[in-house]
Design a protein around this ligand. Structure first.
Ligand code: SAM
Length: 267
């Protein structure tokens, strides 16, 4: 048996030690034998080993060279496993087959950038079952007007249907993290057209402009960002959104309506 590499906090290494949690994650993912799973940060292989027994193909990317070498040895018997060494942000996502299922216990320090990266690839991803900080999970599912509702909630709910599946106490990991985690399931929105994909960029600009100055009214936030005020007033009027409202009170549907009035030349 190869020596177990020491955990590196810098890389967000908190390893799952409770097999009940991996079982529960598999249940949430509702995997079929023919599924292809993409795993970010397989670590010591707590999830990877069981995935390899469940599905025909597991593509896993690990940044830590020592863990990569450890896994290459301890998982050598699994033909299903394709192990990559590198940063998941730089992974060639165009090599993943359509309908891929993403599963991960995400490193905390990278959870949000990785989420945004995965959303860019959502047309080849069927669903994601992700473990992350409980507080981040609460923000993903938050409703307009609530304390946790913000840019992350709007973007996640625009792209997917998020569901908090279960809480994972800090005691289920080694080393023990300072906060609890949660598992979320992000199911994709089916039947997207190329026009929807082009619309994503406008939508993101409109949402980022609104949240750029969270404590200001919508119209002030857009003005501060250098947007044409009269055009924005007209767009808000057309969509019946009061310019004195704050970004955190708008529903995803209202952001979509507003973005439809903000065609690319206006941005
Ligand atoms: N999946 C394992 C488990 O549940 O026990 C490990 C989870 S641990 C929270 C996060 C893992 O992601 C670590 O193995 C870490 O080395 C790896 N990691 C951190 N940053 C990464 C990155 N940018 N790309 C790929 N893997 C990364």
């Amino acid at each position: 048996m190869p020596t177990l590499p020491r955990p590196r906090k810098r890389l967000g290494q908190h390893f799952l030690i409770d097999p009940n949690i991996t079982r529960k994650m598999l249940k949430v993912a509702a995997l079929r034998p023919e599924d292809v799973v993409f795993e970010i940060g397989p670590g010591r292989g707590a999830l990877t080993q069981v995935l390899c027994e469940r599905v025909s193909r597991v593509i896993a990317v690990e940044l830590d060279r020592h863990l990569f070498d450890y896994l290459a040895q301890t998982c050598a018997q699994h033909d299903a496993l394709e192990l990559h060494h590198g940063d998941a942000l730089a992974f060639p996502y165009d090599t993943l087959p359509g309908g891929t299922v993403v599963m991960a216990n995400l490193p905390y320090y990278m959870a949000t950038p990785l989420l945004f990266r995965l959303l860019q690839e959502r047309d080849r991803i069927d669903r994601m079952v992700l473990m992350l900080q409980r507080e981040v999970a609460e923000r993903m599912i938050a409703e307009p007007g609530s304390r946790d509702y913000g840019l992350l909630s709007v973007v996640i709910q625009y792209h997917t249907k998020p569901r908090k599946a279960f809480i994972v106490p800090a005691s289920c990991f080694r080393p023990v993290p300072q906060v609890d985690s949660a598992v979320v399931c992000l199911a994709g929105r089916p039947d997207r057209t190329p026009a929807d994909v082009r619309f994503d960029a406008v939508f993101m600009k409109v949402v980022r402009g609104a949240f750029a100055h969270r404590r200001k009214t919508l119209i002030n936030s857009y003005r501060e960002e250098g947007w044409d005020e009269s055009l924005m007033r007209r767009a808000l009027e057309q969509t019946r959104i009061d310019p004195r409202r704050r970004a955190e009170t708008l529903t995803v549907q209202e952001f979509i309506a507003l973005a439809h009035f903000c065609s690319p030349p206006l941005l």
